[in-house]
Design a protein around this ligand. Structure first.
Ligand code: GP9
Ligand code: MN
Length: 633
Protein backbone atom coordinates (compact mmCIF):
# COMPACT_ATOMS: atom_id res chain seq x y z
CA UNK A 1 0.00 0.00 0.00
CA UNK A 2 2.85 2.31 0.79
CA UNK A 3 4.22 1.82 -2.69
CA UNK A 4 0.94 2.71 -4.30
CA UNK A 5 1.10 6.10 -2.67
CA UNK A 6 4.38 6.96 -4.33
CA UNK A 7 3.80 5.06 -7.52
CA UNK A 8 4.43 6.98 -10.71
CA UNK A 9 2.14 6.52 -13.69
CA UNK A 10 3.97 4.91 -16.58
CA UNK A 11 2.86 7.50 -19.08
CA UNK A 12 4.78 10.15 -17.12
CA UNK A 13 7.94 8.04 -17.04
CA UNK A 14 7.58 7.26 -20.73
CA UNK A 15 7.13 10.96 -21.55
CA UNK A 16 10.29 11.91 -19.69
CA UNK A 17 12.40 9.11 -21.19
CA UNK A 18 11.13 9.52 -24.70
CA UNK A 19 11.28 13.32 -24.52
CA UNK A 20 14.85 13.18 -23.31
CA UNK A 21 15.87 10.86 -26.10
CA UNK A 22 14.20 13.04 -28.71
CA UNK A 23 16.01 16.07 -27.34
CA UNK A 24 19.33 14.24 -27.47
CA UNK A 25 18.68 13.36 -31.12
CA UNK A 26 17.72 16.95 -32.00
CA UNK A 27 20.65 18.45 -30.22
CA UNK A 28 23.46 16.03 -30.90
CA UNK A 29 22.56 13.86 -33.87
CA UNK A 30 21.00 16.41 -36.18
CA UNK A 31 22.82 19.44 -37.41
CA UNK A 32 20.14 21.97 -36.47
CA UNK A 33 21.26 25.56 -36.60
CA UNK A 34 20.63 27.38 -33.29
CA UNK A 35 20.48 31.11 -33.71
CA UNK A 36 19.36 32.35 -30.28
CA UNK A 37 18.41 31.39 -26.76
CA UNK A 38 14.67 31.25 -27.49
CA UNK A 39 15.31 28.60 -30.11
CA UNK A 40 17.24 26.60 -27.53
CA UNK A 41 14.31 26.86 -25.13
CA UNK A 42 11.78 25.80 -27.76
CA UNK A 43 13.94 22.90 -28.85
CA UNK A 44 14.13 21.74 -25.25
CA UNK A 45 10.40 22.06 -24.59
CA UNK A 46 8.93 20.51 -27.70
CA UNK A 47 10.24 16.93 -27.32
CA UNK A 48 8.68 16.66 -23.86
CA UNK A 49 5.48 18.36 -24.97
CA UNK A 50 5.05 15.97 -27.92
CA UNK A 51 5.91 12.93 -25.83
CA UNK A 52 3.47 13.89 -23.09
CA UNK A 53 0.64 14.47 -25.56
CA UNK A 54 1.16 11.06 -27.13
CA UNK A 55 1.60 9.01 -23.96
CA UNK A 56 -1.18 10.84 -22.09
CA UNK A 57 -3.66 9.38 -24.57
CA UNK A 58 -3.18 6.12 -22.67
CA UNK A 59 -5.22 7.52 -19.76
CA UNK A 60 -8.36 6.96 -21.84
CA UNK A 61 -7.68 3.23 -22.14
CA UNK A 62 -8.53 0.40 -19.76
CA UNK A 63 -5.78 -0.57 -17.32
CA UNK A 64 -4.26 -3.42 -19.35
CA UNK A 65 -4.61 -1.61 -22.65
CA UNK A 66 -2.87 1.43 -21.17
CA UNK A 67 0.35 -0.52 -20.85
CA UNK A 68 0.05 -1.93 -24.33
CA UNK A 69 -0.58 1.50 -25.80
CA UNK A 70 2.45 3.01 -24.07
CA UNK A 71 4.67 0.12 -25.20
CA UNK A 72 3.73 0.39 -28.84
CA UNK A 73 3.66 4.19 -28.87
CA UNK A 74 7.27 4.16 -27.61
CA UNK A 75 8.31 1.63 -30.21
CA UNK A 76 6.56 3.26 -33.17
CA UNK A 77 7.70 6.72 -32.06
CA UNK A 78 11.28 5.49 -31.90
CA UNK A 79 11.06 3.92 -35.35
CA UNK A 80 9.74 7.21 -36.76
CA UNK A 81 12.57 9.08 -35.06
CA UNK A 82 15.14 6.63 -36.31
CA UNK A 83 13.91 6.67 -39.92
CA UNK A 84 14.10 10.43 -39.84
CA UNK A 85 17.60 10.25 -38.42
CA UNK A 86 18.82 7.93 -41.17
CA UNK A 87 17.15 10.06 -43.82
CA UNK A 88 18.67 13.17 -42.28
CA UNK A 89 22.16 11.68 -42.32
CA UNK A 90 21.90 11.34 -46.07
CA UNK A 91 19.86 14.36 -47.12
CA UNK A 92 20.02 16.83 -44.19
CA UNK A 93 16.25 16.86 -44.45
CA UNK A 94 13.20 15.30 -42.81
CA UNK A 95 10.82 12.73 -44.19
CA UNK A 96 7.59 13.77 -45.86
CA UNK A 97 4.66 11.51 -46.66
CA UNK A 98 5.37 11.43 -50.42
CA UNK A 99 8.99 10.45 -49.76
CA UNK A 100 7.86 7.71 -47.39
CA UNK A 101 5.68 6.16 -50.06
CA UNK A 102 8.49 6.00 -52.57
CA UNK A 103 9.18 2.63 -51.04
CA UNK A 104 10.39 1.16 -54.29
CA UNK A 105 13.40 3.44 -54.11
CA UNK A 106 14.29 2.38 -50.60
CA UNK A 107 14.94 -1.15 -51.78
CA UNK A 108 17.54 0.17 -54.21
CA UNK A 109 19.42 2.22 -51.67
CA UNK A 110 21.55 -0.80 -50.74
CA UNK A 111 25.00 0.26 -49.65
CA UNK A 112 23.91 3.86 -49.15
CA UNK A 113 21.43 2.96 -46.44
CA UNK A 114 23.85 0.63 -44.68
CA UNK A 115 26.48 3.34 -44.56
CA UNK A 116 24.01 5.50 -42.65
CA UNK A 117 23.39 3.04 -39.83
CA UNK A 118 25.82 3.13 -36.89
CA UNK A 119 26.19 0.47 -34.20
CA UNK A 120 25.76 2.93 -31.28
CA UNK A 121 22.34 3.72 -32.73
CA UNK A 122 21.12 0.73 -30.70
CA UNK A 123 21.25 3.03 -27.66
CA UNK A 124 18.38 4.99 -29.15
CA UNK A 125 16.15 2.05 -28.37
CA UNK A 126 17.17 1.91 -24.71
CA UNK A 127 14.10 3.77 -23.41
CA UNK A 128 11.84 1.42 -25.35
CA UNK A 129 13.42 -1.50 -23.53
CA UNK A 130 12.96 0.23 -20.16
CA UNK A 131 9.35 1.17 -20.93
CA UNK A 132 8.67 -2.35 -22.13
CA UNK A 133 10.13 -3.79 -18.94
CA UNK A 134 8.19 -1.47 -16.65
CA UNK A 135 4.94 -1.91 -18.54
CA UNK A 136 5.03 -5.63 -17.94
CA UNK A 137 4.61 -4.90 -14.25
CA UNK A 138 8.18 -5.65 -13.14
CA UNK A 139 8.24 -2.65 -10.85
CA UNK A 140 5.51 -2.02 -8.38
CA UNK A 141 6.45 1.66 -8.28
CA UNK A 142 5.09 2.02 -11.76
CA UNK A 143 1.38 1.73 -12.23
CA UNK A 144 -1.41 2.06 -14.72
CA UNK A 145 -4.13 4.59 -13.87
CA UNK A 146 -6.87 2.91 -11.89
CA UNK A 147 -10.56 3.35 -12.59
CA UNK A 148 -10.96 5.45 -9.49
CA UNK A 149 -8.23 7.88 -10.47
CA UNK A 150 -9.30 8.16 -14.07
CA UNK A 151 -11.63 11.19 -14.10
CA UNK A 152 -9.07 13.28 -12.28
CA UNK A 153 -6.23 11.99 -14.47
CA UNK A 154 -8.12 12.56 -17.70
CA UNK A 155 -8.69 16.20 -16.83
CA UNK A 156 -5.09 16.61 -15.84
CA UNK A 157 -3.76 14.91 -18.98
CA UNK A 158 -5.95 16.96 -21.27
CA UNK A 159 -5.20 20.20 -19.49
CA UNK A 160 -1.45 19.66 -19.47
CA UNK A 161 -1.44 18.48 -23.12
CA UNK A 162 -3.29 21.54 -24.34
CA UNK A 163 -1.16 23.88 -22.25
CA UNK A 164 2.06 22.34 -23.48
CA UNK A 165 0.91 22.54 -27.07
CA UNK A 166 -0.13 26.15 -26.63
CA UNK A 167 3.11 27.17 -24.94
CA UNK A 168 5.06 25.48 -27.72
CA UNK A 169 3.06 27.14 -30.50
CA UNK A 170 3.10 30.58 -28.88
CA UNK A 171 6.87 30.46 -28.41
CA UNK A 172 7.27 29.22 -31.98
CA UNK A 173 5.08 32.03 -33.26
CA UNK A 174 7.18 34.58 -31.38
CA UNK A 175 10.34 33.05 -32.78
CA UNK A 176 9.06 32.66 -36.38
CA UNK A 177 5.91 34.59 -37.13
CA UNK A 178 3.58 32.78 -39.52
CA UNK A 179 5.70 29.67 -39.32
CA UNK A 180 3.02 27.30 -40.55
CA UNK A 181 1.85 29.47 -43.43
CA UNK A 182 5.35 30.14 -44.71
CA UNK A 183 6.74 26.71 -44.13
CA UNK A 184 9.32 26.42 -46.87
CA UNK A 185 11.97 25.00 -44.67
CA UNK A 186 11.35 21.73 -42.90
CA UNK A 187 14.20 22.36 -40.47
CA UNK A 188 12.42 25.44 -39.10
CA UNK A 189 9.29 23.42 -38.59
CA UNK A 190 10.99 20.58 -36.76
CA UNK A 191 13.03 23.01 -34.70
CA UNK A 192 9.94 24.92 -33.61
CA UNK A 193 7.08 22.48 -33.31
CA UNK A 194 8.93 19.20 -33.02
CA UNK A 195 9.22 16.22 -35.31
CA UNK A 196 5.88 14.62 -34.43
CA UNK A 197 3.82 17.78 -34.80
CA UNK A 198 5.70 18.36 -38.04
CA UNK A 199 4.52 14.96 -39.31
CA UNK A 200 0.93 15.83 -38.44
CA UNK A 201 1.32 19.14 -40.25
CA UNK A 202 2.79 17.31 -43.26
CA UNK A 203 -0.20 14.97 -43.31
CA UNK A 204 -2.59 17.91 -43.40
CA UNK A 205 -0.55 19.44 -46.22
CA UNK A 206 -0.73 16.18 -48.13
CA UNK A 207 -4.51 16.07 -48.03
CA UNK A 208 -4.64 19.70 -49.06
CA UNK A 209 -2.52 19.12 -52.17
CA UNK A 210 -4.59 16.07 -53.11
CA UNK A 211 -7.68 18.27 -52.96
CA UNK A 212 -6.10 20.85 -55.23
CA UNK A 213 -6.36 18.62 -58.28
CA UNK A 214 -9.97 17.82 -57.58
CA UNK A 215 -10.89 21.46 -57.19
CA UNK A 216 -8.85 22.85 -60.11
CA UNK A 217 -10.73 23.96 -63.21
CA UNK A 218 -8.14 25.88 -65.19
CA UNK A 219 -9.35 29.35 -64.25
CA UNK A 220 -5.90 30.10 -62.81
CA UNK A 221 -4.20 29.80 -66.19
CA UNK A 222 -4.72 33.31 -67.64
CA UNK A 223 -3.08 34.90 -64.60
CA UNK A 224 -0.11 32.52 -64.76
CA UNK A 225 0.20 33.04 -68.52
CA UNK A 226 0.24 36.78 -68.03
CA UNK A 227 2.98 36.50 -65.42
CA UNK A 228 5.10 34.26 -67.63
CA UNK A 229 4.72 36.57 -70.66
CA UNK A 230 5.54 39.70 -68.72
CA UNK A 231 8.12 38.52 -66.24
CA UNK A 232 9.79 35.40 -67.59
CA UNK A 233 9.96 35.14 -71.37
CA UNK A 234 12.50 37.31 -73.15
CA UNK A 235 11.25 39.43 -75.99
CA UNK A 236 14.19 39.12 -78.31
CA UNK A 237 15.77 36.14 -79.97
CA UNK A 238 19.34 35.57 -78.89
CA UNK A 239 22.06 35.56 -81.54
CA UNK A 240 22.38 31.80 -81.21
CA UNK A 241 18.74 31.26 -82.16
CA UNK A 242 18.51 28.33 -84.57
CA UNK A 243 22.26 27.79 -84.60
CA UNK A 244 21.78 24.06 -83.98
CA UNK A 245 18.67 23.50 -86.05
CA UNK A 246 18.08 19.79 -86.65
CA UNK A 247 21.21 18.81 -84.72
CA UNK A 248 21.24 16.04 -82.15
CA UNK A 249 20.99 17.18 -78.56
CA UNK A 250 22.95 15.19 -75.98
CA UNK A 251 22.50 16.10 -72.34
CA UNK A 252 24.92 14.49 -69.91
CA UNK A 253 23.98 14.76 -66.24
CA UNK A 254 26.85 14.17 -63.88
CA UNK A 255 25.68 12.61 -60.66
CA UNK A 256 26.32 14.82 -57.61
CA UNK A 257 29.02 16.94 -59.27
CA UNK A 258 29.15 20.41 -57.72
CA UNK A 259 30.89 23.41 -59.14
CA UNK A 260 33.47 23.77 -56.39
CA UNK A 261 35.56 20.97 -57.93
CA UNK A 262 35.89 22.81 -61.25
CA UNK A 263 39.37 24.23 -61.80
CA UNK A 264 40.25 23.09 -58.33
CA UNK A 265 42.80 20.69 -56.88
CA UNK A 266 43.03 18.16 -54.10
CA UNK A 267 46.40 17.16 -52.67
CA UNK A 268 47.91 19.24 -55.46
CA UNK A 269 46.13 17.25 -58.20
CA UNK A 270 43.54 18.62 -60.61
CA UNK A 271 40.11 17.14 -59.79
CA UNK A 272 38.40 17.48 -63.18
CA UNK A 273 41.07 17.90 -65.86
CA UNK A 274 38.77 16.95 -68.73
CA UNK A 275 35.91 19.25 -67.71
CA UNK A 276 38.39 22.06 -67.19
CA UNK A 277 39.63 21.67 -70.77
CA UNK A 278 36.13 21.26 -72.14
CA UNK A 279 35.05 24.53 -70.53
CA UNK A 280 37.70 26.30 -72.60
CA UNK A 281 35.96 25.13 -75.75
CA UNK A 282 32.35 25.58 -74.59
CA UNK A 283 29.81 28.13 -73.45
CA UNK A 284 30.30 27.83 -69.73
CA UNK A 285 28.00 29.33 -67.08
CA UNK A 286 29.93 29.76 -63.87
CA UNK A 287 26.94 30.87 -61.76
CA UNK A 288 24.56 28.05 -62.56
CA UNK A 289 22.49 26.60 -59.68
CA UNK A 290 20.66 23.34 -59.21
CA UNK A 291 17.06 23.83 -58.08
CA UNK A 292 16.21 20.36 -56.86
CA UNK A 293 14.53 19.32 -53.63
CA UNK A 294 13.56 15.91 -52.25
CA UNK A 295 13.33 14.30 -55.71
CA UNK A 296 17.08 14.83 -56.32
CA UNK A 297 18.11 13.47 -59.76
CA UNK A 298 14.50 13.17 -60.88
CA UNK A 299 13.80 16.77 -59.85
CA UNK A 300 16.64 17.94 -62.07
CA UNK A 301 15.23 15.87 -64.94
CA UNK A 302 11.84 17.46 -64.37
CA UNK A 303 13.38 20.92 -64.43
CA UNK A 304 15.28 20.44 -67.66
CA UNK A 305 12.43 18.82 -69.58
CA UNK A 306 9.64 21.11 -68.38
CA UNK A 307 11.11 24.34 -67.05
CA UNK A 308 8.67 24.00 -64.16
CA UNK A 309 9.79 23.74 -60.54
CA UNK A 310 9.83 20.41 -58.76
CA UNK A 311 7.74 20.27 -55.60
CA UNK A 312 8.58 21.50 -52.11
CA UNK A 313 7.81 18.04 -50.70
CA UNK A 314 8.31 14.66 -52.29
CA UNK A 315 9.42 13.87 -55.85
CA UNK A 316 7.15 15.23 -58.54
CA UNK A 317 8.14 12.21 -60.68
CA UNK A 318 6.33 10.09 -58.13
CA UNK A 319 3.53 12.26 -56.91
CA UNK A 320 2.49 13.72 -60.27
CA UNK A 321 3.92 11.30 -62.82
CA UNK A 322 0.57 11.01 -64.61
CA UNK A 323 -0.08 14.72 -65.12
CA UNK A 324 -0.22 16.36 -68.49
CA UNK A 325 3.01 18.15 -69.37
CA UNK A 326 4.56 19.89 -72.31
CA UNK A 327 7.96 18.26 -71.91
CA UNK A 328 10.87 18.48 -74.34
CA UNK A 329 10.49 14.95 -75.81
CA UNK A 330 6.84 15.58 -76.70
CA UNK A 331 7.63 19.00 -78.08
CA UNK A 332 10.60 17.79 -80.11
CA UNK A 333 8.59 14.95 -81.56
CA UNK A 334 6.72 17.53 -83.60
CA UNK A 335 10.09 18.37 -85.12
CA UNK A 336 10.92 14.74 -85.87
CA UNK A 337 13.22 14.15 -82.96
CA UNK A 338 13.71 10.71 -81.42
CA UNK A 339 14.05 10.95 -77.62
CA UNK A 340 15.72 8.60 -75.18
CA UNK A 341 17.35 8.35 -71.78
CA UNK A 342 20.40 6.28 -70.85
CA UNK A 343 20.72 5.40 -67.19
CA UNK A 344 21.94 2.02 -65.94
CA UNK A 345 19.59 1.72 -62.99
CA UNK A 346 16.32 0.06 -62.22
CA UNK A 347 13.66 1.43 -64.56
CA UNK A 348 11.19 2.15 -61.83
CA UNK A 349 13.59 4.11 -59.67
CA UNK A 350 12.09 7.58 -59.23
CA UNK A 351 9.10 6.23 -61.19
CA UNK A 352 11.09 7.01 -64.32
CA UNK A 353 9.47 4.39 -66.55
CA UNK A 354 6.03 5.94 -66.00
CA UNK A 355 7.17 9.53 -66.28
CA UNK A 356 9.29 8.94 -69.42
CA UNK A 357 6.42 7.21 -71.15
CA UNK A 358 4.07 10.00 -70.15
CA UNK A 359 6.35 12.80 -71.39
CA UNK A 360 7.08 11.28 -74.79
CA UNK A 361 10.39 9.45 -74.56
CA UNK A 362 10.69 6.85 -77.30
CA UNK A 363 13.07 4.64 -75.38
CA UNK A 364 14.61 4.23 -71.94
CA UNK A 365 17.91 2.38 -71.89
CA UNK A 366 17.79 1.22 -68.27
CA UNK A 367 19.55 -1.54 -66.37
CA UNK A 368 18.30 -4.22 -68.79
CA UNK A 369 20.11 -2.66 -71.73
CA UNK A 370 23.53 -3.19 -70.17
CA UNK A 371 25.86 -6.09 -69.36
CA UNK A 372 26.34 -5.65 -65.65
CA UNK A 373 28.53 -7.86 -63.49
CA UNK A 374 30.62 -7.64 -60.36
CA UNK A 375 33.73 -6.48 -62.16
CA UNK A 376 32.13 -3.53 -63.89
CA UNK A 377 29.99 -2.38 -60.96
CA UNK A 378 30.57 -0.38 -57.84
CA UNK A 379 28.27 1.34 -55.31
CA UNK A 380 24.97 1.93 -57.06
CA UNK A 381 25.70 -0.23 -60.10
CA UNK A 382 27.39 -0.10 -63.48
CA UNK A 383 30.47 2.12 -63.46
CA UNK A 384 30.38 5.22 -65.63
CA UNK A 385 33.12 4.11 -68.04
CA UNK A 386 31.50 0.80 -69.10
CA UNK A 387 28.17 2.67 -69.05
CA UNK A 388 29.32 5.02 -71.80
CA UNK A 389 31.21 2.24 -73.62
CA UNK A 390 28.09 0.12 -73.79
CA UNK A 391 25.80 3.03 -74.69
CA UNK A 392 27.49 4.20 -77.86
CA UNK A 393 26.21 1.34 -80.03
CA UNK A 394 22.64 2.31 -79.20
CA UNK A 395 23.33 5.92 -80.04
CA UNK A 396 24.88 4.96 -83.37
CA UNK A 397 21.85 3.00 -84.51
CA UNK A 398 19.32 5.61 -83.43
CA UNK A 399 17.26 7.68 -85.86
CA UNK A 400 18.59 11.23 -86.15
CA UNK A 401 18.07 13.93 -85.10
CA UNK A 402 17.79 12.71 -81.53
CA UNK A 403 17.41 14.15 -78.05
CA UNK A 404 19.32 11.86 -75.69
CA UNK A 405 20.01 12.23 -72.03
CA UNK A 406 22.71 10.34 -70.14
CA UNK A 407 22.73 10.11 -66.36
CA UNK A 408 25.88 8.87 -64.64
CA UNK A 409 25.86 6.87 -61.42
CA UNK A 410 29.32 6.24 -59.96
CA UNK A 411 29.68 9.57 -58.20
CA UNK A 412 26.76 8.87 -55.91
CA UNK A 413 26.82 8.90 -52.13
CA UNK A 414 28.65 7.12 -50.39
CA UNK A 415 31.19 7.64 -53.21
CA UNK A 416 32.63 4.16 -53.39
CA UNK A 417 35.34 3.41 -55.91
CA UNK A 418 37.54 0.40 -56.64
CA UNK A 419 41.20 1.07 -56.07
CA UNK A 420 42.13 0.45 -59.69
CA UNK A 421 39.70 3.19 -60.77
CA UNK A 422 41.13 5.87 -58.50
CA UNK A 423 43.53 8.22 -60.29
CA UNK A 424 43.88 10.66 -57.42
CA UNK A 425 44.14 10.25 -53.67
CA UNK A 426 41.34 10.84 -51.22
CA UNK A 427 41.17 14.07 -49.28
CA UNK A 428 42.05 14.06 -45.61
CA UNK A 429 39.41 15.46 -43.25
CA UNK A 430 36.93 14.30 -40.62
CA UNK A 431 34.41 13.49 -43.36
CA UNK A 432 34.86 10.16 -45.08
CA UNK A 433 32.19 11.29 -47.53
CA UNK A 434 34.06 14.38 -48.66
CA UNK A 435 37.36 12.51 -48.67
CA UNK A 436 36.01 9.89 -51.05
CA UNK A 437 34.18 12.40 -53.21
CA UNK A 438 37.25 13.66 -55.07
CA UNK A 439 38.48 10.36 -56.57
CA UNK A 440 34.95 9.44 -57.70
CA UNK A 441 34.40 12.86 -59.28
CA UNK A 442 37.70 12.36 -61.09
CA UNK A 443 36.52 8.94 -62.29
CA UNK A 444 33.33 10.48 -63.71
CA UNK A 445 35.42 13.19 -65.36
CA UNK A 446 37.49 10.49 -67.06
CA UNK A 447 34.33 8.68 -68.12
CA UNK A 448 33.07 11.88 -69.73
CA UNK A 449 36.30 12.16 -71.68
CA UNK A 450 35.72 8.65 -72.92
CA UNK A 451 32.22 9.57 -74.09
CA UNK A 452 33.54 12.54 -76.04
CA UNK A 453 36.18 10.38 -77.71
CA UNK A 454 33.55 7.85 -78.68
CA UNK A 455 31.23 10.52 -80.04
CA UNK A 456 34.09 11.80 -82.16
CA UNK A 457 35.06 8.33 -83.41
CA UNK A 458 31.50 7.45 -84.33
CA UNK A 459 30.95 10.70 -86.24
CA UNK A 460 28.02 11.73 -84.05
CA UNK A 461 29.96 14.56 -82.46
CA UNK A 462 29.93 16.91 -85.46
CA UNK A 463 26.15 16.78 -85.75
CA UNK A 464 25.44 17.31 -82.07
CA UNK A 465 25.11 19.91 -79.37
CA UNK A 466 26.37 18.52 -76.09
CA UNK A 467 25.21 19.87 -72.76
CA UNK A 468 26.96 18.81 -69.57
CA UNK A 469 25.68 19.58 -66.09
CA UNK A 470 25.68 18.51 -62.45
CA UNK A 471 22.32 17.25 -61.21
CA UNK A 472 22.44 18.47 -57.58
CA UNK A 473 24.75 18.74 -54.58
CA UNK A 474 26.77 15.70 -53.51
CA UNK A 475 28.11 16.97 -50.20
CA UNK A 476 25.38 17.90 -47.76
CA UNK A 477 25.50 20.42 -44.91
CA UNK A 478 26.37 17.56 -42.63
CA UNK A 479 29.95 17.82 -43.87
CA UNK A 480 30.29 21.57 -43.43
CA UNK A 481 33.26 21.27 -41.13
CA UNK A 482 35.28 19.25 -43.62
CA UNK A 483 34.05 21.46 -46.43
CA UNK A 484 35.23 24.60 -44.66
CA UNK A 485 38.62 22.95 -44.22
CA UNK A 486 38.80 22.13 -47.93
CA UNK A 487 37.68 25.60 -49.00
CA UNK A 488 39.96 27.20 -46.43
CA UNK A 489 37.16 29.07 -44.68
CA UNK A 490 36.45 29.51 -40.95
CA UNK A 491 32.89 28.24 -41.29
CA UNK A 492 30.29 27.59 -43.96
CA UNK A 493 27.73 30.38 -43.56
CA UNK A 494 24.19 30.20 -44.98
CA UNK A 495 25.53 32.43 -47.78
CA UNK A 496 28.31 29.92 -48.53
CA UNK A 497 25.78 27.13 -48.44
CA UNK A 498 23.76 28.75 -51.23
CA UNK A 499 26.92 29.30 -53.25
CA UNK A 500 27.73 25.61 -52.84
CA UNK A 501 24.52 24.81 -54.73
CA UNK A 502 26.26 25.79 -57.96
CA UNK A 503 26.72 22.91 -60.36
CA UNK A 504 28.76 22.85 -63.55
CA UNK A 505 26.88 23.71 -66.72
CA UNK A 506 28.24 24.00 -70.23
CA UNK A 507 26.92 23.96 -73.78
CA UNK A 508 29.39 22.51 -76.23
CA UNK A 509 28.79 23.21 -79.90
CA UNK A 510 31.51 21.74 -82.13
CA UNK A 511 33.26 24.52 -84.03
CA UNK A 512 32.25 27.25 -81.59
CA UNK A 513 34.86 28.99 -79.49
CA UNK A 514 34.65 28.87 -75.73
CA UNK A 515 33.11 31.67 -73.69
CA UNK A 516 32.43 32.00 -69.96
CA UNK A 517 29.27 33.73 -68.74
CA UNK A 518 28.83 35.11 -65.24
CA UNK A 519 25.09 35.71 -65.38
CA UNK A 520 22.91 34.02 -62.78
CA UNK A 521 21.46 30.84 -64.26
CA UNK A 522 19.76 27.62 -63.23
CA UNK A 523 18.28 24.32 -64.33
CA UNK A 524 14.94 26.02 -64.98
CA UNK A 525 16.60 27.69 -68.01
CA UNK A 526 17.66 24.53 -69.82
CA UNK A 527 14.47 23.83 -71.78
CA UNK A 528 14.13 27.35 -73.24
CA UNK A 529 17.85 27.32 -74.05
CA UNK A 530 17.66 24.04 -75.98
CA UNK A 531 14.58 25.20 -77.91
CA UNK A 532 16.31 28.46 -78.75
CA UNK A 533 19.41 26.71 -80.07
CA UNK A 534 17.23 24.45 -82.21
CA UNK A 535 15.31 27.44 -83.54
CA UNK A 536 11.98 26.29 -82.13
CA UNK A 537 9.59 28.98 -81.02
CA UNK A 538 7.29 27.97 -78.29
CA UNK A 539 5.30 31.04 -77.55
CA UNK A 540 2.22 29.48 -76.00
CA UNK A 541 4.17 27.37 -73.55
CA UNK A 542 4.23 28.12 -69.84
CA UNK A 543 7.78 27.95 -68.54
CA UNK A 544 9.60 29.64 -65.68
CA UNK A 545 13.07 29.79 -67.20
CA UNK A 546 14.66 31.98 -69.84
CA UNK A 547 17.00 31.20 -72.72
CA UNK A 548 20.50 31.43 -71.24
CA UNK A 549 21.83 33.26 -74.28
CA UNK A 550 19.16 35.97 -74.18
CA UNK A 551 20.11 39.43 -72.99
CA UNK A 552 16.89 40.33 -71.16
CA UNK A 553 16.61 37.61 -68.60
CA UNK A 554 14.59 37.27 -65.44
CA UNK A 555 16.45 38.86 -62.55
CA UNK A 556 16.64 35.89 -60.16
CA UNK A 557 17.14 32.17 -59.78
CA UNK A 558 14.89 30.68 -57.13
CA UNK A 559 15.97 27.65 -55.20
CA UNK A 560 13.18 25.29 -54.35
CA UNK A 561 13.26 26.13 -50.64
CA UNK A 562 12.53 29.80 -51.34
CA UNK A 563 16.16 30.98 -51.21
CA UNK A 564 17.20 32.98 -54.24
CA UNK A 565 20.15 34.47 -56.04
CA UNK A 566 19.93 37.75 -57.93
CA UNK A 567 22.56 39.99 -59.44
CA UNK A 568 23.02 41.86 -56.16
CA UNK A 569 21.64 39.62 -53.44
CA UNK A 570 21.52 36.17 -52.01
CA UNK A 571 18.54 35.43 -49.82
CA UNK A 572 18.30 32.39 -47.62
CA UNK A 573 16.87 31.39 -44.24
CA UNK A 574 15.29 34.81 -43.80
CA UNK A 575 18.61 36.54 -44.29
CA UNK A 576 19.63 38.88 -47.07
CA UNK A 577 23.28 38.93 -48.16
CA UNK A 578 25.27 41.02 -50.56
CA UNK A 579 26.05 38.62 -53.40
CA UNK A 580 29.56 39.91 -54.04
CA UNK A 581 30.84 40.29 -50.49
CA UNK A 582 28.66 37.81 -48.62
CA UNK A 583 27.93 40.50 -46.02
CA UNK A 584 24.66 40.17 -44.16
CA UNK A 585 22.38 43.09 -45.08
CA UNK A 586 19.16 42.24 -43.27
CA UNK A 587 17.20 39.50 -41.66
CA UNK A 588 13.52 38.94 -42.42
CA UNK A 589 12.18 39.22 -38.91
CA UNK A 590 14.68 41.68 -37.60
CA UNK A 591 16.13 43.97 -40.19
CA UNK A 592 19.55 45.42 -39.63
CA UNK A 593 18.51 48.77 -40.97
CA UNK A 594 21.31 51.03 -39.91
CA UNK A 595 20.84 53.33 -42.88
CA UNK A 596 18.02 54.17 -45.24
CA UNK A 597 20.14 52.79 -48.05
CA UNK A 598 20.04 49.34 -46.52
CA UNK A 599 16.32 49.70 -46.31
CA UNK A 600 16.11 49.88 -50.07
CA UNK A 601 18.75 47.25 -50.50
CA UNK A 602 17.01 44.36 -48.89
CA UNK A 603 15.70 41.31 -50.64
CA UNK A 604 12.01 41.85 -49.98
CA UNK A 605 10.78 42.81 -53.50
CA UNK A 606 12.48 39.84 -55.19
CA UNK A 607 11.45 37.54 -52.37
CA UNK A 608 7.82 38.30 -53.15
CA UNK A 609 8.34 37.58 -56.85
CA UNK A 610 10.04 34.30 -56.00
CA UNK A 611 7.12 33.24 -53.80
CA UNK A 612 4.62 34.14 -56.53
CA UNK A 613 6.57 32.24 -59.15
CA UNK A 614 7.00 29.11 -57.05
CA UNK A 615 3.33 29.13 -56.14
CA UNK A 616 2.30 29.45 -59.81
CA UNK A 617 4.46 26.49 -60.72
CA UNK A 618 3.02 24.49 -57.82
CA UNK A 619 -0.51 25.37 -58.90
CA UNK A 620 0.20 23.94 -62.34
CA UNK A 621 1.54 20.70 -60.92
CA UNK A 622 -0.87 20.20 -58.01
CA UNK A 623 -3.88 21.18 -60.10
CA UNK A 624 -2.65 19.31 -63.18
CA UNK A 625 -3.58 22.51 -64.98
CA UNK A 626 -2.16 21.66 -68.39
CA UNK A 627 -5.12 19.33 -68.89
CA UNK A 628 -7.16 22.52 -69.30
CA UNK A 629 -4.76 24.31 -71.61
CA UNK A 630 -4.00 23.79 -75.27
CA UNK A 631 -0.24 24.29 -75.53
CA UNK A 632 -0.10 23.49 -79.24
CA UNK A 633 1.85 26.08 -81.17
C1 GP9 B 1 19.18 6.76 -59.33
C2 GP9 B 1 20.14 7.86 -59.52
C3 GP9 B 1 20.50 8.52 -58.24
O1 GP9 B 1 18.75 6.18 -60.49
O2 GP9 B 1 19.67 8.75 -60.45
O3 GP9 B 1 19.44 9.22 -57.72
P1 GP9 B 1 19.61 10.34 -56.62
O4 GP9 B 1 19.72 9.65 -55.30
O5 GP9 B 1 20.83 11.14 -56.92
O6 GP9 B 1 18.38 11.15 -56.75
MN1 MN C 1 21.55 12.34 -58.44
Amino acid sequence: MKFQKHAIPLYIIASVLFGLKTYIIYRFHLNILMENFLQEVILFINPFASAFIIFAISVWFKEKKQMKFIRYAALIGTIILYFNLIFYRNFTDFLTIPVLFQGSNAADLGSSALALINIPDILLFLDVVIIWYLSKGYSSRVTPITKKDKPKRKKLALGVSISLLLINFILAEIERPQLLQRAFDREYLVKNIGLFNYHIYDTVLQSKTKMQRVLADGTEIPEIRKYVKESVMSNEESNLFGIAENKNVIVVSLESVQNFVINNTVNGQEVTPFLNDLIEESYYFENFYHQTEQGKTSDHEFLIDNSLYPLPRGAVYFTHGQNEYNALPDLLKEHNYYSSVFHANNKSFWNRDIMYENTGYDHFYGQDSYQINEQNSVGWGLKDKPFFEQSIKYLQSMPQPFYSRFITLTNHYPFELDEEDASIDKYNSNSKTLNQYFPTVRYTDEALKLLFNQLKESGIYEDSVIIVMGDHYGISEFHNKAMSQYLDKDTITPYDHVQLQKVPFLVHIPGHEGKTFSKIAGQIDVKPTILNLLGIKNEKDIVFGTDLFAEDRKEFIALRNGSFISKDYIYTKDQCFDRETGNLLATGANELQTSSEQNENNCQPIKEKVETELSYSDKIVYGDLFRFYDLGN
